[in-house]
Design a protein around this ligand. Structure first.
Ligand code: NAD
Length: 434
């Protein structure tokens, strides 16, 4: 990026020398600094927005199935609560650490601000290997973690959600533990719950649906008809398969899909409902899918197409392959699939990137709807959820498109500029409590 940041924060780990692999968090901070420069944020405000409001580390002791005590380490970071209660997932993974949780919490702040959801950003996690834990051990771990954070969590304070290796069941345990301690059922303390426990219709498909809403908006800005476009999707899990299905329903030709087993290419278009059925019947894997030719995940990214949706993992489009991307639009279903140093290469080549903090914000938007419904005690139809989701995503896209045009910057830069400005303006109105 040509634009050099003028202020640095010491709070977050400095990027250090540029290695081949760029951490998504360093990418996020680079983009944050760029936007702060455009906004000419003063140093105090910059420091405020770069510093998490609260960082909690708890030790989480549980009795294992063999009767022995084992102590795990749990984290919860609230990056910001200027716009409202903080919101963010809880992950269970062996490599969870405070720096990562801090960066992910900040990411949530910008994501909520971009789609005008009245939440701040947070993230949490427990350092553990969930594959080595029995269901009973996982339940005790979740409940003790929740109990240790009772003063942090709350429907008006901080609202957890699922993330890596946590699911509806884990959310149900958090909700129940919090409720038992509050002496009343408090469904709004957590989102991503099973529908029967106050979850929302449409939540599971929300992220992919949001990806498609903003992709269609981008196509229309380019004067392209969805039914005349070709699409490539990397990753065929929750986000990728729903995105592929909805683009297929729009009449687009999905010429390649992939998962961890490899890529599958068919120039005539893949029958997505059939591929989804194959995957569901095949233990959630595309391995052995035969109605397409095999292609490596690397080559798949370089296929000539109108829309590329990376929906697998971070760091997929980087400075080594960015110049080979042959798509008009890259719509970031995953978090951080394009590194910061690939941004300018794509920009120079005229590729429009719809940034993750916009493209995959459908999930947090429907989490917000879930929270609203729980607080109302009145539940919406799936049709109403989808309609409101489409409206919010479309309006967020149009808004950022306008910001990008105004400053002559990319959509990603516009997303950070808008989000940071929105939080900073709100903070100015609220003032600093003393
Ligand atoms: P998932 O586990 O359901 O699916 C991931 C898919 O990617 C699987 O098909 C897996 O096989 C594939 N994959 C993994 N490594 C790959 C590789 N090297 N090459 C090709 N494919 C590979 O996960 P998900 O929920 O769909 O999430 C995908 C991404 O979207 C993640 O970055 C996640 O953080 C992000 N995201 C998800 C949500 C959500 O609501 N699920 C919301 C926001 C962001």
């Amino acid at each position: 990026m040509a634009h050099q940041p003028s202020i640095l924060t010491s709070f977050y780990k400095e990027p250090g020398p540029k290695l081949d692999q760029e951490s998504p968090f360093d990418s996020m901070m680079e983009r944050f600094r760029f936007a702060a420069d455009i906004l000419q944020l003063d140093e105090g405000m910059f420091q405020y927005l770069a510093s998490p409001v609260k960082q909690v580390i708890v030790s989480v002791p549980i009795v294992m199935d063999d009767g022995k005590i084992k102590v795990f380490e749990g984290f919860r970071v609230i990056h910001d609560n200027v716009l409202g209660p903080s919101k963010g997932g809880v992950r269970f993974a062996p490599d969870v650490h405070l720096d990562e949780v801090k960066a992910l919490a900040a990411w949530m702040t910008w994501k909520c601000a971009v789609v005008n959801v009245p939440f701040g950003g947070a993230k949490g996690g427990i350092r553990c290997n969930p594959k080595e834990l029995s269901k009973g051990e996982l339940e005790r771990l979740t409940r003790r973690y929740t109990a240790n954070l009772l003063e942090v969590f709350g429907p008006d304070r901080d609202i957890p959600a699922p993330d890596m290796n946590t699911d509806e069941q884990v959310m149900a345990w958090i909700m129940d533990t919090y409720s038992m301690n509050s002496l009343r059922t408090e469904t709004a303390v957590v989102t991503g719950k099973p529908i029967i426990l106050g979850g929302s219709q449409g939540r599971k498909e929300a992220t992919g649906r949001g990806v498609v809403t903003v992709t269609l908006a981008a196509l229309s800005k380019m004067g392209l008809m969805p039914n005349k476009t070709t699409v490539v999707v990397q990753g065929f899990g929750n986000v990728g398969s729903v995105s592929a299905q909805l683009m297929y329903e729009q009449g687009a030709k999905v010429i390649a899909i992939s998962d961890i087993s490899g890529g599958y290419y068919n120039a005539n278009g893949i029958d997505i409902p059939e591929a989804i059925k194959f995957m569901n019947d095949n233990n959630r894997s595309l391995e052995g899918y035969s109605n397409a030719d095999p292609i490596s995940n690397e080559d798949l990214l370089q296929l000539s197409c109108d829309v590329l949706i990376p929906a697998a993992k971070e760091d997929q489009i980087n400075r080594h392959n960015a110049h080979k991307i042959d798509a008009k639009i890259v719509s970031e279903g995953a978090n951080g699939p394009v590194t910061a140093n690939a941004d300018s290469i794509l920009e120079d080549n005229g590729v429009m990137v719809i940034p993750d903090i916009l493209a995959n914000a459908g999930g947090v938007t429907v989490s917000y709807f879930e929270w609203v419904q729980d607080r109302q005690g009145y539940f919406w139809t799936e049709e109403r959820v989808n309609r409101r989701l489409n409206r919010m995503m479309r309006s967020a896209f149009d808004n950022l498109y306008g910001v990008a045009e105004k400053h002559n910057i990319t959509l990603r830069q516009a997303a950070y500029v808008y989000a940071i400005d929105r939080v900073a303006e709100t903070l100015k109105l609220r003032g600093i409590y003393a």
